[in-house]
Design a protein around this ligand. Structure first.
Ligand code: HEM
Length: 561
């Protein structure tokens, strides 16, 4: 770009001296002007600066006013468009940034619930250039997850997920097409259905994971140190998931690497990112979230790849597949070989296998471990509920050392505690869908392409559905244990696993492990808070990535019973 200097600005007076060279050259590009003018006379240095300064200021003023005019026009246009398109009501957006200032600064599920308190259970917020419709009540959640679910199951991958091409094959963010359906089917048929989990291959693994957790806690007890409940649960679930997918355990170094990589990948993956609010800036990755997510993901990929390599080498050397019961990796490798033979467009290739196994791994560890940690934090602050639960466990289990899946039906208070924990602390508090078609909800328009966020957190604290919504009262679930199950398909006031086409794939595994692990921890140990925590309070603040975890990891003192 070049700037020109007209005759009027080319006669600058600085300390009473006129620059004749500038005056005689009415049109000079600024960058040249600066160099040439300096060669012309002894006073030019000052004069040049003065002219560049004036030009720069003029340019800045022109830019700022154009930006202001453009953004005010967009703003007015949006307001008019909103009125005409009958979007749900919402806070007035600022030009450019929309309602970002209202939402950031607090955890998004909390700020959105606060704003919904003013604007209603179906509201519109604008985050940067993105239009988001938020459903915050049981009835609006039902509209999204049941009535209009077919049109609202799309996904826009968060920018961070584009790292290493993860989004292209990720079951979490794939649009509801052929590949997404194939992956869900594989997950259900070969790992996560009740039939698989209660079958001869996986059932012993699930039991072993509970015993593994008890052993880890015993290690803390014997060392006389407080138990890091979340960390111990995380490690036990991680090992279980690895064995279920690869029929192989993790050594200490792998366990440490995976723990840190998985926790950080999950934490970074959905944290607020300017690239998501302003897709036009995404290429710059200004916050570095995509790079960070990519680095963490690469560590998980590397370990998954090692397992794949080892298995494929084994198959090549033996000339046949593994004998015995097949694990998830076997099943997926067999499928990819079959599809390669058919020479059609393979739905399952190596990249898809790597991404799916990584997704399943990431989905399972933090969710189950955090739910157990939240439950323990609540119980430690509600000793009556803890005693009642331990009494029930003593009666039902007697001298059995741990909870089996077959015991859970006879443990109503344990089930009520788990439900109340998931009500107050749904580990996925906001579920983002994308409207694939325009739909009408309660007299408002939800336009095609916008994001439709269901706030499970707000639904679970809806005052109409839940008296004293912020209190931990497991008893509220006792009369309705059988009524709603976990799917919320009747009332939609309790939907920790969401509902509809994209309902959580891991529900059967999660409910089995949370009940078995939590029940066993309470049956085998007496729990108290460390003295310094008793004197203050348990820090119940949340930290949010892909899942909602405790910001301060819970520590508790365990004593063998
Ligand atoms: C307490 C534990 C868990 C909770 C509360 C939970 C909750 C959720 C929620 C709310 C969703 C979003 C559903 C939607 O988009 O409408 C979800 C999705 C998903 N969950 Fe879970 N989850 C848990 C454990 C697990 C486990 C253990 C696995 C796998 C082993 C898993 C695998 C998945 C997958 C693959 C999806 C994506 C489904 C899709 O988009 O099609 N989850 N989960």
């Amino acid at each position: 770009m070049s700037f020109t200097v007209g005759a009027n600005v080319a006669e600058p007076y600085v300390n009473g001296v006129v620059c004749w060279r500038a005056a005689s050259e009415p049109l000079i590009p600024l960058y040249k002007f600066r160099r040439r003018l300096c060669a012309a006379c002894s006073k030019t240095k000052t004069i040049t600066r003065s002219i560049i300064y004036k030009q720069g200021m003029a340019f800045l003023v022109v830019c700022i006013s154009s930006l202001l005019i453009i953004s005010i026009s967009i703003y007015v246009f949006q307001l008019l468009a909103n009125r005409r398109s009958r979007l749900p009501p919402g806070p007035r957006p600022l030009p450019f940034i929309g309602n970002l200032l209202d939402v950031v600064g607090e955890l998004p599920h909390r700020s959105l619930a606060r704003i919904a308190g003013r604007h209603g259970p179906l509201m519109t917020v604008r985050l940067g250039s993105q239009v988001i419709i938020v459903a915050s009540s049981p009835s609006t959640a039902r509209e999204v997850l049941q009535t209009h679910n077919r049109s609202l199951t799309g996904r826009s991958p968060p920018d961070a997920w584009l790292a290493l091409g993860h989004a292209a094959n990720s079951v979490f963010v794939l649009p509801p097409g052929r590949r997404w359906r194939a992956l869900r089917r594989i997950g259900t048929e070969h790992l996560l259905s009740a039939r698989q989990l209660d079958g001869s291959r996986l059932r012993p693994l699930l039991r072993e994971a509970t015993l593994d957790l008890l052993r880890r806690v015993l290690g803390f007890v014997e060392a006389g140190s407080p138990v890091e409940v979340g960390r111990a649960s995380f490690a036990a679930v991680m090992d279980l998931q690895w064995r279920a997918m690869f029929s192989a355990g993790l050594d200490d170094a792998e366990e440490r690497a995976l723990h840190d990589a998985a926790r950080e990948a999950v934490a970074v993956s959905l944290s607020p990112n300017v690239s998501d609010f302003f897709p036009a800036l995404a290429a710059a990755d200004l916050q570095g979230e995509r790079r960070l997510f990519g680095r963490r993901l690469a560590m998980v990929y590397q370990l998954v790849d090692e397992q794949m390599e080892r298995r494929m080498r084994g198959q090549r050397e033996a000339g046949v597949g593994r004998s015995g019961e097949k694990d998830l990796l076997d099943v997926m490798l067999d499928m990819s070989l079959e599809q390669a033979k058919d020479a059609g467009a393979a739905t399952i290739n190596r990249d898809v296998i790597r991404t799916f196994l990584t997704d399943i791994f990431l989905a399972s560890v933090d969710t189950i471990a955090s739910t157990i940690e939240w439950a323990m934090a609540e119980l430690l602050q509600h000793p009556d509920a803890m005693s009642k639960l331990q009494e029930e466990l003593r009666k039902v289990l007697g001298s059995n050392a741990h909870v089996e899946q077959s015991d859970v039906d006879r443990l109503p208070y344990l089930r009520a505690v788990v439900k109340e924990t998931l009500r107050l602390h749904p580990v996925v508090p906001l579920v983002p869908n994308k409207a694939e078609e325009t739909v009408e909800i309660q007299g408002h328009t939800v336009p095609k392409g916008c994001t439709v966020l269901v706030s499970l957190w707000a639904v679970h604290r809806d005052v109409g559905a839940w008296p004293e919504p912020d209190r931990f009262i497991p008893e509220r679930f006792l009369p309705r244990l059988e009524e709603t199950g976990f799917l919320g398909t009747t009332e939609f006031d309790f939907i920790p696993f969401s509902a509809g086409h994209r309902v959580c794939l891991g529900l059967p595994l999660a409910t089995r492990m949370v009940h078995a692990m939590l029940g066993s921890l309470l049956h085998r140990f007496e729990w108290t808070l460390p003295q310094e925590v008793k004197e203050n309070v348990v820090d119940m603040s949340e930290s949010l990535g892909l899942t909602m975890i405790m910001a301060t990891p819970l520590q508790a003192i365990a004593k063998s019973v």
